[in-house]
Ligand binder design. Structure first.
Ligand code: SAM
Ligand code: FES
Length: 359
């Protein structure tokens, strides 16, 4: 009886994965089954996702140099360690010279994408952001510049694009309005967040959306809505990582997202969106020592070593126990390259555009 039931469930999973591989389609019941799959189901899912990524990108892992240039933020997201109400956050912002020097160092190490990420900091007006973007593009015309600075007006996004920004990362956080409301203060809305993503796409950016796995109050239904939203938006990148509590936030005592769920979701997202750029995030490396390696082996194909100056690294404390806060950029890149080589993948220094745009 037990063995019979086991066989049925394995066959069920096999069929779901085959359908996913064939058509990229997954209904809610299939999704639930995959998320609840045991070791053998998980292994089958992982292998399918990795084969899919190998088919599109081969054994290449793209790197992006992350520059966390300000931790001032006007927003008050309940999960985030740099939220404006966090009186314990030690605030900093980098000068334009410091940002340029991060790029210089990164360029020397082989980085060809710079990701400028920060809180929503009023000091960085559109004019200042445009100035930074155009200076970087002028100095490094062969590099891509990615911005990740939150919600702005369409006019601002257009101005950054005109100044030379190529890509924009803005996680949608959750596609469900009610869930969104439980993670954010009332002045922020899921509809506005989605509007930003559609504007960015229309303007011509390569766009990244994404969400935290295991964020407070998240249900499987919410996650399924996230997958449907990703299918609809067709972003170039999908950034997911586990939610990790930060002690000075209202969610400081909540449980973190799990490795198992994050890896399964990475695999499912890969199979539903074969060409997507999928990072194995720092948060994933924080909840498990080999989290980023497992992320790549589950279908991810991007890593984002930190290029920020070491003296500000631990101040960009979105969550507790963040890794890589004391390593110089060169060490961080060397470490990640070796980690990838050990599992049979090569860090490549190309710009690593979305595959449609590669020559
Ligand atoms: N301000 C920009 C924005 O809103 O997109 C960029 C910075 S924001 C801190 C970058 C991402 O960090 C968020 O989209 C969120 O998903 C993630 N994040 C924030 N707090 C986190 C936490 N406690 N655990 C895991 N990820 C977190
Ligand atoms: Fe930063 Fe390993 S990736 S030290």
């Amino acid at each position: 009886m037990e063995a019979g039931r086991f066989l049925v469930s394995v066959r069920g999973i096999e069929e779901i994965i085959e359908r996913l591989e064939r058509s990229g389609e997954l209904d809610f019941d299939g999704f639930k089954m995959l998320m609840e799959a045991d070791e053998s189901g998980r292994e089958r899912l992982r292998a399918a996702a990795r084969a899919c990524a190998d088919g599109v990108y081969g054994r290449a892992v793209y790197i992006r140099g992350l520059i966390e240039f300000t931790n001032y933020c006007r927003n008050d997201c309940l999960y985030c360690g740099i939220r404006r109400s966090n009186q314990n956050a030690d605030r900093y912002r980098l000068t334009q010279e410091q940002i340029m020097s991060c790029c210089e160092q990164g360029y020397g190490l082989g980085f060809r994408t710079f990701v400028l990420q920060g809180g929503e900091d009023a000091y960085f007006t559109d004019e200042r952001v445009c100035d930074i973007v155009s200076k970087i593009k002028e100095a490094y015309p062969d590099c891509a510049v990615t911005l990740s600075i939150g919600e702005k007006s369409r006019e601002s996004y257009q101005a950054f694009f005109d100044a030379g920004a190529d890509r924009y990362l803005l996680r949608h956080e959750t596609a469900n309005e009610e869930h969104y409301g439980r993670l954010h203060p009332p002045e922020l809305s899921c509809a506005d967040r989605k509007r930003c993503l559609w504007d960015l796409k229309e303007i011509g950016y390569q766009v990244g959306c994404g969400f935290m796995v295991g964020s407070p109050f998240q249900t499987l239904e919410n996650l399924y809505e996230d997958l449907l939203f990703i299918k609809e938006l067709e972003p170039h990148m999908v950034g997911i990582g586990p939610f990790i509590p930060q002690k000075d936030t209202p969610f400081g005592n909540m449980a973190a997202g799990t490795l198992d769920m994050t890896l399964k979701l990475l695999s499912i997202i890969r199979l539903m969106n074969p060409k997507a750029l999928l990072p194995a995030t720092t948060a994933l490396g924080t909840i498990a020592p080999d989290g980023r390696e497992l992320g790549i082996l589950s279908g991810a194909n991007v890593v984002m070593p930190n290029l920020s100056p070491v003296n500000v690294r631990n101040k960009y404390a979105l969550y507790d126990n963040k890794i890589c806060t004391s390593d110089e950029a060169a060490e961080c890149k060397g470490c990640l390259s070796r980690r990838m080589e050990r599992i049979g993948y090569n860090v490549v220094t190309a710009r690593g555009d979305y595959i449609d745009k590669q020559s």
